[in-house]
Design a protein around this ligand. Structure first.
Ligand SMILES: NC(=O)c1ccc[n+]([C@@H]2O[C@H](COP(=O)([O-])OP(=O)(O)OC[C@H]3O[C@@H](n4cnc5c(N)ncnc54)[C@H](O)[C@@H]3O)[C@@H](O)[C@H]2O)c1
Length: 403
């Protein structure tokens, strides 16, 4: 009998995971609280822009290996992949995770494996176990573990299989069960540990990137003061065999790196000093880019904002510094800002500036504010850049005249 899996939360993590498991012959019950998500998927379409996921979903539905539900059906393995956002006061919001645990409790049977994949503060897996023990006290042999996800949007299906993976159980048996499950489809190493360590590993990975990018951004602010090219400085420093500085930019975006470091800081007030400092540097870099662009507008220039997504070649606007800077600039200087975002068909709601195709925007005059390093922008012919003022936060036109 094929292994049955209930995946709760069918977003960027849960849907590709569900589709991949179904493609390996497992019976997958997909659960999402959004009726719209369920309807879209039931019609064979994917609501996330991720290569090849739609084709897998459609095939799994046709083969009868993927079914859609509002409430979790019984299964051998339960995967929780729901959002873990931050509240306005930067405390982690665990409501979705706890709701998912409450919802799956009635479907549990003895011996089931419950895996939390949502990025979570240290201690969340233990909290789920406590909740399940309260709701189903008769079930004594559940295996509960944390299996953090490391996928890169745009390469999710490949990375689900290829990346090394950490799996941490609340007991050694739960760790062994979780490791054995991930080994069914992961080609990378599956490394067993305890649940709290696995939780901290995931948060440490994203905090490392945030702190390192903040360092690069701080270097960019220092280099500006000295009239130096930070890209050249970092490129040469990285020739040291033990130095690996990441790239500066307009700030960190996306719903992981800009968010998860707060989970670590929140869990150890007073102990975390560097992590909040990195977030403050990020805010300072955003403000500096906004001031530079605002100065051009104040001098009468039209400013063409290149990119609104938080990183190259995706349409994802979540926590995007590019969007925040462009939006603030448009608000400060009505009528002087043009938006270019090849992955969107209309300006995002609430941003008071027109969205133009790249060629149309470049047909007229205007300074360029590079906020996202989309491939299209790298291919802009040099003739269209000549004579323009350029604020290149991504270093894509480094050989051109820069502000
Ligand atoms: N996107 C990534 O690249 C990535 C990578 C690693 C880890 N993560 C983490 O994985 C988790 C999920 O992220 P995502 O990007 O897949 O989120 P998402 O917003 O793309 O999708 C989450 C889905 O869960 C559904 N949902 C919310 N509450 C629910 C509930 N109680 N029951 C059932 N469904 C519910 C939503 O409707 C949504 O469809 C987060 O903790 C995130 O930090 C994401």
């Amino acid at each position: 009998m094929a292994l049955s899996i209930t995946v709760i939360g069918l977003g960027y993590v849960g849907l590709p995971t569900a589709a991949l498991l179904a493609s390996r012959g497992m019976r997958v019950h997909g659960v999402d609280s959004s009726a719209q998500v369920r309807q879209t998927l039931a019609s064979g379409r994917s609501h996330i822009a991720e290569a090849d996921v739609e084709a897998l979903v459609e095939r799994a539905l046709r083969d009868g290996l993927f079914t859609l539900h509002a409430e979790p059906p019984p299964a051998d393995v339960f995967i929780i992949a729901v959002p873990t956002p931050l509240a306005a006061d930067r405390t982690p919001v665990l409501d979705h995770v706890l709701d998912a645990a409450r919802a799956l409790a009635p479907a549990l049977k003895a011996g089931d494996l419950v895996l939390l994949e949502s990025t979570s503060p240290i201690g969340t897996t233990a909290r789920i176990a406590k909740l399940l023990a309260e709701l189903r006290p008769e079930l004594r042999d559940l295996a509960i573990a944390y299996g953090p996800e490391r996928v890169l949007p745009s390469r999710i299906l490949a990375e689900l299989v290829e990346n090394d993976r950490v799996a941490g159980g609340l007991t050694p048996e739960a760790t062994a069960r979780a490791v054995a499950f991930y080994r069914l489809f992961v080609r990378g190493a599956v490394l067993g540990t305890d649940a709290a360590t696995a939780e901290m590993v995931k948060l440490s990975e994203n905090a490392f990137r945030d702190v390192n990018i903040a360092f690069a951004n701080e270097l960019s602010l220092i280099a500006d003061r000295h009239g130096l090219d930070v890209w050249k400085v970092i490129g040469l420093a990285n020739r040291h065999p033990r130095v690996d500085i990441l790239k500066p930019g307009p700030g960190v975006g996306g719903h992981c790196i800009a968010v998860d470091p707060w989970f670590l800081a929140h869990g150890a007030p007073g102990a975390a000093r560097l992590i909040p400092a990195a977030r403050a540097v990020d805010a300072a870099k955003r403000a500096s880019v906004l001031e530079q662009a605002s100065a051009l507008c104040a001098a009468g220039e039209r400013v063409i904002c290149l990119g609104l997504a938080f990183k190259a070649d995706v349409e994802d606007l979540r926590e995007s510094p590019a969007l925040a800077i462009a939006s603030d600039l448009a608000q400060r200087h009505p009528g002087q800002v043009i938006l270019v975002e090849p992955h969107l068909h209309a300006a995002p709601a609430g941003v008071a500036a027109p969205l133009l195709p790249l060629e149309e925007a470049l047909a007229g005059p205007g300074a360029l504010l590079v906020l996202t390093d989309h491939s299209e922008f790298r291919r802009i012919p040099p003739a269209l850049l000549a004579g323009r003022r350029i604020i290149d936060t991504r270093g894509i036109f480094r050989t051109q005249e820069s502000v």
